[in-house]
Design a protein around this ligand. Structure first.
Ligand SMILES: Cc1cc2nc3c(=O)[nH]c(=O)nc-3n(C[C@H](O)[C@H](O)[C@H](O)COP(=O)(O)OP(=O)(O)OC[C@H]3O[C@@H](n4cnc5c(N)ncnc54)[C@H](O)[C@@H]3O)c2cc1C
Length: 395
């Protein structure tokens, strides 16, 4: 694979940068807190801002740039897609139709599901989908889900509890993993449902992050009636459909582009900020660590290119996407903690405190970016996938 973007892709990236600078208001937020909503994701003003911008992407045909033509996309070549994604992520802007869920539907969805949801997503609907995978006792061991679906004529009745539902309170629809055959081996008794979140029997309760911001919901399901036609793929084969989904969730060119902007902003701040007459980042150790961060960002970028390249060849790059996720999560955590260490005492000043460096975001992110090391499967789980499925090591 050639890791250089072609001249036409570089030129296209310039066009995207110009567009996003003109049209997207990041409200001065950094790229982690604003990915793509601000930390307080329930604020309606934020949702309106994202919706408005997405409509512009739809009009330009960029929103579904990566989709195959049969689903109304542009089937844009890899180089163009990478250039686009990097430019958008660098600006902290939303870039494409709910990526991994859309791709799962393309591969596993029934015809009516494709006709309905893909069409709606392509025009900018369903910006928030409630992902109902995790349960209080089923996180890393997702195949142990206990929320159950019981067949009732043409429908299923779903009962149980889901947790850590990101933005569930803003979603009209959800995609849920549910046990449909309690007697089958655990991976083979799960079905994958599309759920109308307005169906009677669904109750949401808010969950707050470590700094008190409303981000997630607990979802309680009490005999929620769902038509059989809402199953994605086949009954009891939901695990396999969901795993297709996960590999699209885990690979990502966004993180390195976002971290690059954070690093550049930090260095700029460090140069102009004097402590006892010296620049904040004059220390040898500090400079080495910042250089190390820049190298890691480039490595992360190359790994994500490899995942995207494998996906364009029709592969489901399970090991590579796990590697990409693991590397991105650790890198993100490390970079914000380098910032926090360099800022020393002033790093305790948080968002909302006028004297906080860089509006308090480096310090807050040093704290909150730790949660990425759990979301979508933690560090140990990614390492196990790489070891067993990638390197063929024994269990
Ligand atoms: C920011 C964020 C957003 C999220 N959004 C959603 C969402 O929208 N929808 C959703 O369904 N879920 C969501 N989650 C939940 C997420 O998927 C789970 O947190 C994750 O799967 C881990 O599950 P857990 O928290 O129950 O941890 P556990 O499964 O209890 O794991 C705890 C620790 O033990 C380690 N561990 C577990 N099993 C093993 C093993 N076999 N070998 C070695 N180590 C192991 C894990 O790596 C982890 O470090 C989100 C989580 C976060 C943090």
């Amino acid at each position: 694979m050639d890791f250089m973007l072609a001249p036409e892709d570089v030129a296209f990236a310039g066009e995207v940068r110009e567009f996003v600078e003109r049209e997207w208001d990041s409200k001065g937020l950094d790229s982690y807190s604003n990915s793509v909503y601000s930390y307080d994701i329930h604020i309606q003003e934020d949702a309106d801002r994202v919706e408005e911008f997405v409509k512009k992407l739809v009009d330009k045909g960029w929103w579904t740039m990566s989709w195959p033509k049969e689903f109304g996309g542009q089937a844009a070549p890899l180089g163009k897609r990478l250039a686009y994604h990097e430019a958008m992520a660098y600006a902290g802007a939303p870039a494409d139709a709910p990526g991994f869920f859309a791709h799962t539907l393309m591969i596993e969805g029934q015809q009516w599901q494709k006709d309905t949801f893909l069409r709606e997503m392509a025009r900018g609907d369903h910006l928030n989908l409630s992902q109902g995978f995790s349960e209080p006792n089923s996180g890393a061991d997702l195949a142990s889900v206990r929320t159950r679906a019981v067949r009732d004529g043409d429908d299923w009745l779903i009962t149980g509890q889901k947790i850590w539902n990101t933005g569930g309170h803003m979603a009209d629809w959800g995609h849920y993993l549910v046990r449909s055959d309690p007697d089958a081996p655990k991976h083979r008794g799960i079905s994958y449902f599309i759920l109308d979140m307005k169906t009677p029997g669904i109750t949401l309760r808010p969950l707050y992050d470590a700094l008190g911001r409303f981000r997630w919901c607990e979802v309680f399901l009490d005999e929620v009636r769902v038509p059989n036609r809402n199953i994605i793929g086949e009954v009891n084969r939901g695990w396999y459909a969901a795993m297709t989904n996960m590999s699209f969730e885990r690979g990502g060119v966004d993180a390195p582009a976002r971290r690059l902007r954070d690093l550049e902003q930090f260095i700029e701040y460090g140069k102009r900020t004097k402590v006892n007459g010296e620049s904040l980042i004059d220390g040898v150790v500090d400079r080495h660590q910042l250089a190390d961060a820049r190298v890691k960002i480039e490595i992360a970028r190359m790994i994500s290119y490899r995942v995207a390249w494998a996906q364009t060849r029709g592969e489901v790059p399970v090991m590579e996407s796990s590697f990409s996720k693991l590397f991105n999560d650790e890198m993100t955590w490390e970079i914000y903690n380098i910032f926090r260490r360099i800022l020393k005492d002033s790093s305790v000043l948080s968002v909302g405190e006028p004297r906080a460096p860089l509006r308090g975001y480096p310090a807050v992110n040093a704290y909150l970016s730790g949660m990425n090391r759990f979301a979508g499967g933690g560090k140990e789980i990614m390492s196990n996938i790489i070891a067993q499925r990638g390197l063929g090591l024994p269990r």
